[in-house]
Design a binder for this molecule. Structure first.
Ligand code: SAM
Length: 243
């Protein structure tokens, strides 16, 4: 495996800031509420997980960052889904935070300490082995280190039967990080999606909307969180690929 290039972070009032992308990891000090609104609610996860009938549910993310989206999704899963079911959270990350920066980032969210301690303890192993189980094996975290489009392409080639139930399109804004929001990413998303697959993203950039629609997603807009005017969410409505 190639050596990991850690993200170059600076700290602005305790919040992680990316020197590479000149962008913040969170837009406000209300990161927990933002994740809940943009990713958990817009994918209707609480409703889908209550009385969830299947053995596992798969979320795929672009940009693991501090793992805030991961931990809040895992917490919701533990709170709502049937005990016998498992959550598989896959996240593609091009520049993982170093374990030291990861620990520092979590000082921001003391309320989540019981959860973040579990992630911080296993994070070096997750970077090394790329997959770890947490919370009494009820949640599996798989990290795909590298560019999201390339990582999901490899995943669909290596595991053609994998089906994503919900996409979290995070990553820095398309204006600051156009490389991540390339056509190939949306094509890979389609290949890993089925009629039950939802997506949500903080951005409402028209290029992203067009690419999602071209890949077969039905796209809706709603008010964005806090200062963001609009965000996108929706459902895969294209040809069925995953089996
Ligand atoms: C806004 S942060 C994500 C926040 C994260 N979801 C969380 O819960 O903390 C954006 C992340 O996208 C990653 N990233 C940027 N370009 C990428 C690419 N092409 N492929 C995968 N990850 C990328 C960055 O390194 C950064 O960690």
């Amino acid at each position: 495996m190639a050596p990991i290039e850690y993200g170059q972070i600076s700290w602005q009032n305790g919040l992680a800031y990316s020197e590479q992308y000149q962008d913040v990891y969170y837009n406000s000090d209300k990161g927990l509420l933002e994740t809940d609104y943009v990713f958990l609610q817009a994918n209707r996860l609480a409703e889908r997980w209550l009385d969830y009938p299947n053995a596992s549910f798969t979320i795929a993310e672009t940009g693991f960052g501090t793992g805030l989206n991961f931990l809040l999704a895992a917490k919701l899963w533990l709170d709502t889904a049937p005990v016998k079911a498992n959550l598989h959270f896959i996240s593609a990350e091009k520049h993982p935070l170093s374990p030291t920066d990861m620990s520092k980032a979590w000082q921001q969210w003391p309320a989540l300490k019981p959860f973040s301690e579990a992630l911080i303890a296993l994070y070096p192993k997750a970077l090394e082995q790329r997959s770890v189980s947490l919370f009494n094996q009820r949640v599996r975290l798989s990290l795909l280190i590298g560019d999201a489009a390339a990582a999901y392409q490899s995943l669909s080639q290596q595991q053609p039967n994998i089906e994503v139930d919900a996409w979290f399109l995070d990553g820095f804004s398309p204006a600051k990080n156009p490389d991540m929001w390339q056509d190939r990413l949306f094509l890979q998303m389609a290949l890993l999606s089925n009629s039950h697959t939802s997506f949500a993203t903080f951005t409402s950039a028209s290029a992203v909307r067009r690419k999602l629609m071209a890949a077969g997603f039905q796209v809706n807009k709603q008010a964005g969180y806090a200062k963001k005017r609009e965000m996108l969410y929706g459902q895969y409505a294209g040809a069925s690929h995953a089996t």
